[in-house]
Design a binder for this molecule. Structure first.
Ligand SMILES: [Zn+2]
Length: 347
């Protein structure tokens, strides 16, 4: 291997799996930085790409360096780059936005329809080096180490979803105890929600939620009716806010039933296809629904880093750590469905 080559985890063939290959180190343009990757997180998106499901086949070009959750340090910068420096520890926004759409020109970068994702449409971060526009770089303060830096992308989803509605003193229901649902619970607790209840069918995930979210109430809806939880916790009508993180129709139905009149729902979970929603219940309960995609660029990053510096602790959501060379173990762990975040070390 020569010095201008790197190891990278590549979707090299249009079939199930990913392959560790030698690839050229990316060349940077005048507005880019080159980041030496320290740690990366495996996302549900990466599992779709590994599995080569319908979505991945429609979306992902082959070959592609995968991965979009990362932390590392700047090792090279284009000539136009200001306000960053070599050796600086960074993470960054994986959505590469356009500059032409109405939304982008209004500063609502997360709503830009021309967005392209690293590790999904463009060369990604599961590699020793990543090229990223300097605009997308987010410097890491000393208080945020590399493994937390590597999960800021999903934590950003959690923060964006949780902060969609005012949670101060509110009773919150989260359906789906995957890493993002659990981290959303931790954020809700941090910003002052009253009751935080998380549902899931998987006991391992509910146990992990208990470890990460202080004073959370975990519920397996197959065993316990949410109406019983509402009365146990002394709520008069039901939950004020719901965060749907599972993509399950049953979970959304239970959420609508358990919400107060005028309740609010943020939807991050993605149903597998069309699903039969009982719209009349939503209309008659005067419920507001917001679809959530990605994170607000860069307001979510600002809030997330500020909260991490001020006591928000999500580290227990990282349940497994592997060397990048052992990526197969990492993906098998994720595919098992009972883990929290899995982090790969590239050094
Ligand atoms: Zn992700």
């Amino acid at each position: 291997m020569t010095t201008n080559e790197m190891r990278a985890l590549v979707k090299a063939k249009p079939e199930v799996g990913l392959w560790m290959e030698h690839r050229p180190v990316p060349e940077i343009g005048p507005d880019d930085v080159l980041i030496r990757i320290h740690k990366t997180g495996i996302c549900g998106t990466d599992i779709h790409i590994w599995n080569w499901d319908d979505w991945a086949q429609r979306t992902v070009p082959v070959p592609l360096v995968t991965g979009h959750e990362f932390a590392g340090e700047i090792v090279d910068m284009g000539r136009n780059v200001e306000d960053l420096k070599i050796g600086q520890r960074v993470s960054g926004e994986g959505h590469l936005i356009g500059k032409h759409s109405r939304q982008s020109r209004a500063g609502k970068f997360h709503l830009d329809p021309e967005t392209r994702g690293i590790g999904v449409n463009e060369q990604g971060a599961f590699a020793e080096y990543l090229r990223l526009p300097a605009f997308n770089v987010v410097p890491l303060p000393d208080a945020i180490d590399d493994e937390i830096g590597a999960i800021l992308d999903p934590l950003g989803n959690a923060v964006h979803t949780a902060l969609s509605f005012d949670l101060v003193g509110e009773d919150l229901l989260i359906t789906g105890a995957g890493p993002i649902g659990i981290m959303a619970g931790a954020v809700a607790r941090h910003v002052g929600a009253r009751h935080v209840v998380i549902t899931d069918l998987n006991p391992d995930r509910l146990a992990l939620a208990r470890k990460v979210v202080k004073d959370v109430v975990v519920v397996d809806p197959k065993e316990t009716d949410l109406a019983a939880i509402v009365s146990d916790l002394g709520m008069k009508q039901g939950f004020d806010v719901g965060l749907e993180m599972s993509g399950s129709q049953a979970a959304l139905d239970q959420m609508v039933e358990a919400l107060v009149m005028g309740g609010r729902i943020a939807l991050l979970g993605i149903p597998p296809g069309k699903s039969p929603v009982d719209w009349s219940r939503i209309v008659f309960k005067a419920i507001t629904i917001k679809g959530v995609y990605g994170r607000e660029i860069f307001e979510t990053w600002y809030k997330m880093i500020a909260m991490l510096e001020n006591g928000l602790d999500v580290r227990p959501v990282i349940t497994h750590r592997f060397k990048a060379a052992d990526f197969r173990d990492g993906f098998e762990t994720m595919r098992g469905g009972s883990s929290g975040k899995v982090v790969l070390d590239w050094r």
